[in-house]
Ligand binder design. Structure first.
Ligand SMILES: CC(C)(COP(=O)(O)OP(=O)(O)OC[C@H]1O[C@@H](n2cnc3c(N)ncnc32)[C@H](O)[C@@H]1OP(=O)(O)O)[C@@H](O)C(=O)NCCC(=O)NCCS
Length: 134
């Protein structure tokens, strides 16, 4: 199940010298969106351990309205992986098209920053598809 996590618009200060949005800006939005998805299923602190399969498919331009969608794809012993898609709405057709995707992996950690088991910190109310991943 794909969830809408973050929406917003690109502004001139977000652009690189080529006139499209900076990759780091895109990654920050995706990281924050993924972290919201993790927050919804655990009550623990967590940190990003890895980002993989990052693919900038299309540029984002000034004024574009973007939406970031997240999907929990894997729950390991101490890690949670989120597939993140960013899409942009075409200003004329109003149709969304994919611009960037990646997999963000987080590790649940204790107060000292050491990994802790995801199972111990899962929220009691979880969507069925998340239960099936545990
Ligand atoms: C995340 C961190 C706590 C993991 O500690 P660690 O001692 O490497 O932990 P482990 O080796 O026990 O691995 C923990 C989990 O992370 C996964 N992992 C560790 N390194 C990884 C890597 N490079 N790529 C993918 N997964 C990785 C392991 O597979 C394991 O998952 P599992 O328990 O679900 O099987 C530690 O690396 C850390 O603090 N990193 C810095 C985090 C950070 O500052 N992020 C940026 C800001 S949020």
């Amino acid at each position: 199940m794909r969830l809408l996590a973050v929406r917003g618009r690109a502004y001139p200060s977000d652009l690189n010298p080529a006139g499209t949005v900076f990759g780091g800006w895109v990654m920050a939005k995706m990281d924050k969106a993924a972290s919201i998805a993790v927050d919804e299923i655990v009550f623990s602190k967590f940190v990003t351990v890895a980002v993989s399969d990052l693919h900038f498919k299309k540029p984002i331009r000034n004024g574009d309205i973007f939406t970031v969608y997240t999907k929990i794809t894997h729950i390991g012993r101490t890690s949670i992986t989120i597939h993140v898609d960013m899409e942009v709405k075409h200003h004329v057709s109003n149709r969304e098209y994919p611009v960037t995707e990646a997999a963000f992996k987080f590790v649940t950690v204790d107060d000292q920053g050491y990994p802790r088991e995801v199972r111990e910190v899962l929220r009691s109310e979880l969507p069925q598809y998340v239960r099936e991943l545990v």
